[in-house]
Design a protein around this ligand. Structure first.
Ligand SMILES: O[C@H]1[C@H](O)[C@@H](O)[C@H](O)[C@@H](O)[C@H]1O
Ligand SMILES: [Fe+2]
Ligand SMILES: [Fe+2]
Length: 304
């Protein structure tokens, strides 16, 4: 059963619009008003703006781009795909994330649980009937637990930040692209052409993405038999793939199903990015609602 509770106000202005129905819900603007600056007074995702976070974020991407190779990703997927590190519920994982601050993010320096709830609550206001999307928002970044000591404290460059395909050329639109020059795959002729090891239209499911919280959380959800719809799993898996959903790079790797799912990813992404703020959510107030969704789409305990 889904429990409905009133939503607290939390600072995001919402114009009064009709509840989206099946046709209208794919309209990108569900009523959410995009703020014109982030919490530090800069544009969102401005990786060059002089800010207290700039240098740290750039160092992060340097490490990320040098180390994310095809072989590295394969090894990590195999190792972490076994899901034998921890057993816990979705909510327990949300709480673990309280300790994690994301070094790759120029727009946020709050604990992750704030970001999860800010995203989910913002999307719930505009898409009240898509409960699967509320839950998708709540869990989309849970894979960041890979950075927690319980998971061996994987370095941030192997956990957070934008993702991109490995096994083919790194697109210029990827943030701080210049650091790929030091990645061994950059000069490997098997991996540095437009298609690399892939074929046109092969579908993203057949593409190896740089290793991090997205693909990991997708594996956790899938292997634990979540009943989230395929669009929800897609959003989780590719939400950091900005080169694709922002810049339109790598489109030629997509198939029909990917294109369908992309519509939801574009909607989701706006809330993921622009709900980041200093306004806190009252966790205890919204917890019963999210617990009821977790119960609907996930088993009690999951293997991680
Ligand atoms: O810095 C952020 C952060 O790590 C997010 O979780 C990720 O989804 C974004 O792609 C990235 O830019
Ligand atoms: Fe993320
Ligand atoms: Fe996020």
């Amino acid at each position: 059963m889904t429990i409905l509770i009133p939503q607290p106000e939390f600072g995001i202005e919402v114009e009064k619009k009709e509840v989206p129905n099946t046709e209208k819900e794919l309209i990108l603007d569900g009523g959410f008003v995009v703020p014109d600056a982030n919490a530090f007074g800069h544009n969102f995702r401005d990786y060059d703006a002089e800010s207290e976070r700039q240098a740290g974020v750039e160092t992060f991407y340097k490490n990320n781009h040098i180390n994310q190779t095809y072989d590295f990703v394969k090894r990590m997927r195999e190792e972490y795909g076994k899901l034998e590190k921890v057993e816990m519920s979705i909510w327990e994982c949300c709480e673990l994330l309280n300790d994690v601050i994301d070094e790759s993010d120029p727009d946020l320096d709050e604990p992750q649980i704030e970001h999860l709830l800010q995203t989910a609550e913002a999307i719930r206001k505009d898409y009240p009937n898509e409960d699967w999307l509320h839950l998708t928002a709540l869990i989309h970044d849970l894979g960041k637990v890979l950075h927690h000591p319980k998971f061996g404290t994987l370095p941030q460059w192997a956990v957070v930040g934008d993702t991109f395909p490995v096994g083919c050329a790194f697109d210029e639109s990827i943030v701080h692209h210049k650091y790929f020059k030091e990645n061994p795959d950059y000069n490997n002729p098997s991996y540095n052409t437009k298609f690399g090891v892939y074929e046109e239209g092969c579908g993203l499911d057949n593409v190896l993405m740089s290793w991090g919280h997205d693909d990991y959380m997708y594996l956790v959800a899938k292997e634990n038999k979540s009943t989230l719809p395929s669009a929800g799993l897609f959003v989780i898996r590719y939400h950091s793939f900005y080169a694709l959903h922002r810049a339109g790079a790598y489109k030629y790797l997509m198939n029909k199903e990917d294109e369908e799912n992309m519509k939801w990813l574009r909607i989701f992404n706006k809330y993921d990015l622009y709900s980041k703020s200093k306004v806190r959510i009252d966790v205890e107030k919204v917890k019963p609602y999210y617990l009821s969704l977790i119960q609907k789409y996930f088993p009690e305990k999951l293997r991680w």
